[in-house]
Design a binder for this molecule. Structure first.
Ligand code: COA
Length: 424
């Protein structure tokens, strides 16, 4: 039995943030019913397509283990079906623009009337305040949540990161909110609302930068390269390049082949307890006792020089050779892995973190499996549904509609055309 077996999710999500959340719940065994607009479905089905008329990887990689029902919720029959689903599901998850659910007639009061045990979980760009009505995508959240202003190099513009901390990050936060509300419901018997704003989710992931903002009031941030370079700090946390965000200085350093391979780099951390081993490895044994290098505070103003010297050593090894040598001494380091290397990584395949999935119209593709491993509830990745693939099944099995009722719903146009089963 899977951890969330028996929990039924009405998945009214689209694009990335909401689908990330419901995919996680589906991996843990929840029955996730994705409601999609007839004809088009989740807009990502058609976005960034690599193969004509086939669900995009954008869609397939965010919607595994779900069932799809097509429903025009603005059609009276469609609304009837939707309300039926609200009566039978435990959680409604949505990430529409602000006000959309209310405009559909699904106010909190109405939902409670239909099902007082229902948990309604929402992602919006911003919480209450100046921007609460704004539509928001990933990079907007990264900018408004403090990530962009603290990412990049000091002398360059703010940067967004490749990690989707606004969308997938907030989806992850919301999933925790949902299971917490489900746990709470076991004691209260009532549902509740769970709200996550993408700005808040990003800020939560950037909390070390708010830490540094406050430290600035008490003096320069000595672990930032800028300190060693003698450049004064302003009144806001600066961008810190690849400086480590923690108490152990770190940098990305070139390795053998960096001239032609854009990923021939290693992240190297000069953790204090292994300083002596680092000195031996790079051939500077006298730095173990020299007053300019022997202690962490003495090293802080000299980090550029120190990492420059370490880089002279890393440039003589490829990133995997360097890893092998450094790991022997427990020196924390990590290779900069390209997506190609990750796709081919044997360990990630073995643990199910990278999985190959077969899809009826696309064929085989790679996806990221569940990164959260439960010993008693392991996840198998099941391909994403075709648009409306489970419409009949859901009407019949979940809502217990008769054939006559189903024909009536279909005749009303509420469920749209039959699902596509093969590439057109
Ligand atoms: N049947 C009929 N209508 C449907 C429907 C269905 N099954 N599903 C959705 N719709 C309608 C809604 O009723 C709404 O119509 P309305 O504006 O007339 O009320 C519309 O489709 C969806 O609206 P919206 O959410 O505004 O979509 P959008 O494409 O314009 O905006 C976002 C997309 C992501 C910007 C917006 O949804 C948003 O800001 N979401 C919250 C933040 C978020 O999650 N952002 C990240 C996404 S990865």
């Amino acid at each position: 039995m899977k951890a969330l077996e028996g929990v039924r999710i009405l998945d009214f999500t689209h694009v990335q943030s909401g689908p990330t959340c419901t995919q996680l719940l589906a991996w843990f065994g929840a029955d996730v019913i994705k409601v999609e607009r007839p004809g088009t479905g989740d807009i990502t089905r058609g976005q960034l397509r690599d193969i004509p008329n086939v669900d995009s990887l954008y869609f397939t990689m965010l919607n595994h283990n779900k069932r799809s029902i097509t429903l025009d919720t603005k059609n009276p029959k469609g609304k009837e079906v939707l309300e039926g689903l609200i009566r039978t599901c435990d959680v409604l998850v949505e990430n529409f623009a602000p006000g959309v659910l209310d405009r559909m007639g699904l106010t909190w009061a109405r939902i409670q009337e239909l099902n007082p045990k229902m948990i309604v979980a929402s992602i919006k760009g911003f919480g209450p305040g100046d921007y609460e009505d704004c539509k928001v995508y990933e990079n907007v959240a990264q900018c408004a949540g403090g990530s962009a202003s603290t990412t990049g190099f000091r002398d360059g513009p703010p940067l967004v990161t490749g990690a989707q901390i606004g969308d997938s990050g907030t989806g992850l936060h919301l999933a925790l909110g949902i299971v917490t509300a489900l746990f709470h419901r076991t004691k209260t018997g009532r549902g509740q609302r769970v709200n996550c704003a993408m700005q808040d989710g990003v800020l939560n992931l950037c909390r070390v930068k708010l830490r540094d903002q406050q430290r600035l009031a008490h003096g320069p941030l000595k672990e930032y390269s800028q300190f060693g370079e003698g450049i004064p700090f302003g009144d806001a946390v600066p961008r810190a390049g690849n400086d480590s965000g923690g108490g152990q200085p770190g940098r990305i350093l070139k390795c053998k082949g960096w001239e032609t391979d854009p990923n021939a780099y290693i992240y190297f951390i000069t953790q204090a307890p292994v300083w002596e081993a680092i000195c031996d490895v790079i051939g500077e044994p006298e730095w173990k006792t020299h007053p300019d290098y022997a202690t962490p505070p003495a090293r802080l103003p000299r980090l550029n020089e120190i990492f420059g010297r370490i880089e002279q050593w890393t440039m003589t090894k490829d990133k995997f050779e360097a890893m092998d040598i450094l790991n022997k001494y427990d020196i924390p380091c990590g290779p900069i892995l390209s997506m190609k290397e990750i796709a081919e990584d044997k360990s990630l395949r073995a643990t199910g973190t990278v999985v190959e999935v077969d899809h009826p119209t696309r064929g085989k593709y790679l996806s990221v499996g569940n990164p959260i491993k439960l010993s008693d509830s392991p996840s198998e990745v099941v391909r994403s549904p075709l648009l409306g693939e489970h419409t009949d099944e859901i009407l019949r099995e979940v809502l217990k509609y008769t054939e006559e009722q189903i024909s009536e719903i279909e005749a009303s146009g509420a469920t749209g055309a039959a699902p596509r089963m093969a590439a057109e």
